[in-house]
Design a protein around this ligand. Sequence first.
Ligand code: 5GP
Length: 114
Amino acid sequence: MKNSKKSVFLEIISKKSSKILYQDNYVTAFRDINPKAPVHILIVSNELIPTLNNIKSRHKNLFSSFFLAAKKIAKKEKISDSGYRIVINCNKDAGQEIYHLHMHLLGGKKLKKI
Ligand code: 5GP
């Protein structure tokens, strides 16, 4: 069901869980529960925005935070130089599972070329 898991990320964010690796006014980052690479971190909007289709021009600061967080976390995880990929899945054809806007940060191995 589309919104059945919408509170999973919100719970981690609002409980100020120890799993949190990074947080600012707009995004929160923590490790994916089912990692697809040695480094697989989710950077999640603090506001519950279901998909990329729901962003508005007022979310400009949020998108700066997404990319700055990715850069900082990649450096902390020591994958800045080896390389990494960021992915946002939107809706069912992309396989979006959690309807709470998030970016995947993947690295730590040579990723299959897309
Ligand atoms: P999506 O397919 O929506 O782009 O990605 C959702 C991601 O969230 C998946 O990679 C999945 O493994 C991860 N995930 C689902 N539930 C949880 C959870 O409760 N905690 C964490 N840390 N990750 C989760």
